[in-house]
Design a protein around this ligand. Structure first.
Ligand SMILES: Nc1ncnc2c1ncn2[C@@H]1O[C@H](COP(=O)(O)OP(=O)(O)OP(=O)(O)O)[C@@H](O)[C@H]1O
Length: 871
């Protein structure tokens, strides 16, 4: 026996007899009709996974079967596909398609659903099938596929040399925006803010239509696009001015784009038009209802770059990426899913417009003062479902009857909501005072038609209340009377035949039958027709029974069909009101956010910050909003902050820098913050950034008093980790981030630096830190807090008039130190690093040796800082 004979051959255990696995290689003429159609559809969607309806299953064949079985861990089998033999196959039950598709889409695949579009029982020849949906990560509508707490954005970008256009939409809520800019770095930052599930990019790549999964690269993808997203490569044509502009005009029934604010922004128009074409291509059967396109400018908002968003832990923590412990977690007291999403949007896009901020503050203030109103509102809001998404599903024809009932319930709460705010003064509450009458009527109609708790399936009846449609009632009555006749049959036939054990039963194969034990079969009347013989019983039918049965079955089908049609009509009516519902949903979401912020402000004792045009940041007894909530009440030590002169920008003249000297102690532009390890420097630094950011979303802030000049950008540089993905060292990451700050900060920015220059040799690091601080204080004059262990930087305050030293204090006891967490004027001269090492458990012998070494170094070190004389 040869070795090859004795050793088992490696075989795919689940693929019997090598079935075909490639649509390109199979001899199509030898495929049976259905498979030929499958291959034709697959040809049109080579980059997506094709799920094809066969009976009660969605099946997939050839190469897709291999992929789907691998990704979903389903059994890979094979099926006879005609003369050609067997082809690889796997499938999922049709009612569970959403669950399986979600998993595929989450893994970054596009999925094409090819469904039966005619009743299989009525089909002549092959059942007609069509592509009804193409699901990609950015075009989802189904409830189970979306996270209720965040928007699911689809973005489209157009890049022309250094200029770019960006459009984005959440097709589940209808939000649709576009913008244009001239620095590719801003495009990257904007994408990082949005975290789109999918980005559509026009290319002339040969593999158009392909979806690059996160991390996959393509030479056709512009370099400025972050690799962490899913990219759909599309043809350039719909992104051209000639196609995009008419597409938008037609969609919004306009003559000019002026009203949308993007007429003069060709790249924004091209991106929006391309996005629209893509969405329409993905939603084949039902139209997507998007809100009117809005144009925005990124500089109309506080710019928070990705680094800063991460460092300030706005939506997730740095350490483990969790929501718990983030700013959003600490602030979110919203009662609806819409409010939760809106708060997230606000936090990622704070305002710079004082009026806009003031309007939000006024609403919070009113709600804080009026406790009964706040509590009643919160109570009522909790009963409002996700109107934005329910409407989206209704408009696109994917809502079921449960969705419409939830929508009706929510709409019927709106008049109560408007009644509650009848006397309100602030703009966000006033917006709820008028509920369009169409919506109350719609809610009434939906409630009148739909049963209270309808089934999930919409084609199996049980949706519509009696008394709504005479035809429906008539058919129901017929079915019921036939059913009653069958129910009575057992009693009647027992009496007629004298067989007390006679029963009427039903099974799927024979339908209704009369069952009689075999011992009594000789007493069976002549009109009984024997259908089946079992061990102990005989089963019969009668012509009348079959006639009734046929009537019941057809009438039930008709009934279900009619109920379905009435339901679809109702759903379309909701779709027609989509815009009105979404407008009010936005108002509800905003009121909900503000109600939650008011509740938070009351619970946590926040104050209303006074927002001013100048540069001053004055915070009295500020607290860190997240750390405070994580500590027992009263444990957090409040600290005050004074930064930046109060001059307005109009006032600002070159001489202002020198005038700053008078203010340096009280209102420096740059604070050098020193203090021992773990004393609270980072916490203080972030606290100032978070208070500023919270104030610019219109929230109250954790402080006793605050007066804040509006910022244009917040920058942070905090710690550093190796960016292994891009092969950058800790020090290089740190330097890149620092360069970014120095190149983009302005006098209106807030800069928070937590250590610079620590990833290199001490003297290099110190020199860089010194030069950076000097540049910010003298050339940029951004309001800055610079936390450092380089105590030598304290010298800067004696050289530059707008620099001051602050320290976080500790109390030194003979055997240990006590952290007071208090920020006070002055510079610390010790780091207590060795003490921190001792607390962390370094062996005693190491601690003693470290003390000796430090003594030696201190004796010999001569870091003379007379740098002011250097040039
Ligand atoms: N104001 C405060 N009130 C109460 N506890 C505080 C306060 N500030 C900081 N802490 C606590 O002290 C811990 C250490 O603070 P932080 O990380 O800010 O120290 P640090 O000075 O930046 O240390 P290092 O120099 O080692 O980075 C925090 O986790 C927090 O729990």
């Amino acid at each position: 026996m040869t070795a090859s004979q004795s050793e088992p051959q490696p075989t795919e255990p689940n693929i019997p007899a090598a079935p075909h696995v490639d649509t390109q290689l199979v001899d199509r003429s030898k495929l049976s009709k259905m498979y030929q159609h499958y291959v034709e559809v697959k040809d049109k969607h080579p980059h997506a996974l094709l799920l094809y309806r066969v009976g009660d299953f969605f099946e997939t064949f050839f190469q897709d079967a291999v992929t789907v079985s691998r990704e979903l861990e389903l059994v890979l089998t094979s099926k006879h596909a005609g003369e050609v033999g067997r082809v690889a196959m796997t499938g999922v039950p049709h009612h569970a398609w959403e669950r399986y598709t979600t998993q595929l889409v989450e893994k970054g695949y596009a999925v094409v659903i090819c469904d039966q579009v005619e009743d299989a029982s009525e089909a002549v020849g092959l059942v007609k099938r069509e592509v009804t949906r193409i699901l990609t990560p950015g075009t989802l509508l189904e409830e189970g596929m979306l996270k209720s707490s965040r928007n699911n954005y689809l973005a489209a970008v157009v890049i022309a040399v250094n200029h770019w256009g960006l459009a984005y939409a959440d097709i589940s809520t209808g939000e649709f925006l576009t913008t244009q800019g001239s620095d590719l770095e801003h495009l990257t930052q904007e994408l990082m803010r949005l975290q789109p599930s999918e980005v559509v990019v026009p290319t002339n790549a040969p593999d158009l239509g392909s979806l690059l999964r996160p991390g996959e690269t393509s030479p056709h993808l512009p370099q400025c696009l972050p690799p962490s997203f899913c990219y759909s490569l599309r043809s350039q044509v719909p992104f051209s001015q000639g196609e995009a502009r008419p597409k938008l005009l037609e969609k919004f029934k306009l003559r000019s784009l002026e009203g949308l604010g993007c007429d003069h922004l060709p790249l924004a128009v091209r991106a929006a038009g391309g996005l629209l074409e893509y969405v329409e291509d993905m939603q084949r059967v039902n139209p997507v209802v998007l809100q009117r396109l809005r144009t925005y400018t990124i500089t109309d908002y506080l710019i928070v770059d990705n680094q800063t968003r991460r460092n300030l832990e706005i939506t997730q923590t740095v350490r483990d990426g969790t929501f718990h412990g983030s700013l959003l977690w600490a602030l979110d007291r919203s009662s609806t899913a819409m409010g939760g999403r809106a708060l997230r949007r606000w936090l990622l896009q704070p305002l710079i417009d004082i009026k806009g901020i003031g309007a939000r503050q006024n609403t919070i203030e009113e709600l804080m003062e009026n406790t009964p109103l706040r509590q009643d509102l919160r109570q009522l809001l909790r009963q409002i479902y996700d109107l934005e998404r329910l409407t989206g599903r209704a408009a696109s024809g994917t809502a079921n009857a449960k969705d419409l009932v939830a929508l009706a319930d929510s709409l019927s709460r709106l008049p109560q909501l408007s009644h509650l705010v009848i006397d309100a003064r602030s703009p966000f509450l006033k917006a709820l005072q008028r509920v369009p009458v169409e919506l109350s009527e719609l809610a009434q109609k939906l409630h009148a038609h739909l049963v209270e708790s309808p089934p999930i399936h919409i084609k199996e009846g049980g949706l519509i209340r009696p008394g709504m449609n005479p035809q429906l009632d008539e058919r129901k009555a017929t079915v019921e009377s036939d059913q009653q006749w069958i129910a009575n049959l057992e009693v009647d036939e027992r009496a007629k035949t004298g067989i007390p054990t006679l029963k009427v039963g039903f099974n799927k194969t024979f339908g209704y039958y009369i069952s009689i034990s075999r011992s009594k079969s000789d007493q069976v009347p002549d009109n009984y027709i024997r259908k089946q013989t079992l061990t102990n019983e005989e089963r019969y039918i009668t012509p009348e029974l079959k006639e009734r049965e046929a009537r019941i079955l057809t009438a039930r089908d008709d009934l279900n069909q009619l109920e379905y049609e009435i339901f679809v009509e109702l759903r379309e009516e909701v779709g027609e009101q989509a815009e009105i519902i979404r407008n009010i949903s936005r108002a509800v979401a905003a009121a909900d956010v503000l109600c939650g912020l008011a509740e938070l402000a009351v619970q946590q004792g926040y104050c209303r910050p006074q927002m001013v045009e100048g540069r001053g940041i004055m915070i009295v007894d500020g607290r860190h909003p997240v750390v405070e909530q994580s500590l027992p009440a009263g444990f957090f030590v409040p600290n005050s902050t004074q930064l930046g002169r109060e001059e307005t920008f109009a006032e600002r003249a070159p001489s202002a820098y020198h005038r700053g000297a008078e203010d340096a102690e009280e209102r420096p532009d740059l604070v050098i913050l020193t203090g021992p390890n773990a004393s609270g420097k980072s916490c203080y630094l972030r606290q100032v950034g978070l208070i500023q950011l919270m104030a610019q979303i219109g929230s109250f802030v954790p402080a006793r008093l605050a007066r804040l000049g509006v910022c244009d950008r917040i920058f942070t540089r905090v710690g550093a980790v190796d960016d292994l993905a891009t092969g950058q060292s800790t020090f290089m990451v740190e330097m890149n981030e620092t360069a970014n700050i120095l190149n983009h900060a302005t006098a209106k920015s807030l800069v928070l630096l937590d250590e610079i220059g620590r990833g290199t040799a001490t003297f290099d690091g110190l020199s860089i830190a010194w030069a950076v601080a000097e540049y910010i204080a003298v050339d940029i004059r951004a309001r800055t807090i610079f936390a450092t262990h380089y105590h030598e930087l304290n010298e800067l305050a004696s050289i530059l008039p707008n620099v001051a030293n602050y320290q976080v204090t500790v109390k030194e006891l003979p055997d240990r130190i006590i952290f007071l967490h208090q920020v006070q004027p002055g510079g610390a001269d010790k780091s207590y690093g060795i003490e921190a090492g001792r607390l962390a458990g370094l062996p005693d012998v190491v601690i003693q040796r470290a003390k000796q070494v430090m003594g030696q170094i201190e004796k010999h070190s001569k870091i003379a800082m007379g740098l002011q004389n250097m040039d």
